[in-house]
Design a protein around this ligand. Sequence first.
Ligand code: LMR
Length: 396
Amino acid sequence: MFENIHAAPADPILGLGEAFKSETRANKINLGIGVYKDAKGTTPIMKAVKAAEQRLFDTETTKNYLSIDGVADFNARTQVLLFGEGSDIVKQRRAKTVQSLGGTGALRIAAEFIKRQTKAQNVWISTPTWPNHNAIFNAVGITIREYRYYDAQRKALDWDNLIADLSNAGEGDVVLLHGCCHNPTGIDPTPEQWKQLAEMSAKNGWLPLFDFAYQGLANGLDEDALGLRTFAANHKELLISSSYSKNFGLYNERVGAFTLVAETEEVAATALTQVKSIVRTLYSNPASHGASTVALVLADPELKAQWTGELAEMRNRIKQMRQLFVQLLKEYGAEQDFSFIIEQNGMFSFSGLSAEQVDRLKEEFAIYAVRSGRINVAGITEDNIRYLCESIVKVL
Ligand code: LMR
């Protein structure tokens, strides 16, 4: 039987990481996968995380199973990060959260929940988007509709076409929105645009699904939640996939959360029973270490302050690299104006490089980026930036 199986194509992002590992040139640079690097080019364990892990190690007494929905305190604290201190949704217990295997795991739970428990026929996804969005919804068999998001000419949000496309989204359709740091473009709606979108969504009866994987990487934990909270303020129902891979640097611990908001506590509690039965068939119950670590950091005021400080350092380093990148591209002779990169949020920049230029960067200069032209700005350091800019100018 197996001899008839066709090979699957390499993943456009993770496949790149594998190719990078076997790259032998010493000056290689990885701007592919969205992983943070510090000024030394390493992906460190955050100090607050290390301290919490040590505490866990010293105090943990059992390796018994977690419940299907995971670490209860982690779920409760996730809701506070999402909706803010003192949020009505949290007070009214209209939100229910289950711990998930990273943001991808949360999205898969969301897709299964939509397929099995709602009448939604379509999910509207931005073009471009993170390629796994399409793959996940295809896997569960929900029809994907696209809405335009990026104006390549102006290197900006394609607002008019976004609105034109989404005006075709019908009642009950799922609209997938990137909470902040849109992946791959790094371009987010303005507060006014979020408001307009939320009004349109409420009026037309969409079911919004927020993919919120980069909270804290754009402007701050509360600032980055503005879009989500604008929607939360005037929607009865909402789905959220959130991740601690990036803002806690817990990539390989797979820590994320799926949260649903319903009109009443009772409806939310019933829906949660279905979410739990989805989890049971996918992986039974989640792993403890990463979520317990996050819960510990968020529960301890000192560790939390340390974490938010470290997160701010990450955010600021990325912003500095954006500035220097634009400045050096100019100094090395780029004729195009790259200043739009300074305005983009989070780890990613849609550089405007073509697939051919990205291929040349890899072949001639050992610089790896996604063929869409997305580069991970968090992979740029003071040590590699000159070689990077010089090389980019050569392929332009
Ligand atoms: C990315 O977009 O690079 C990250 O979200 C990692 C991934 O899983 O693709």
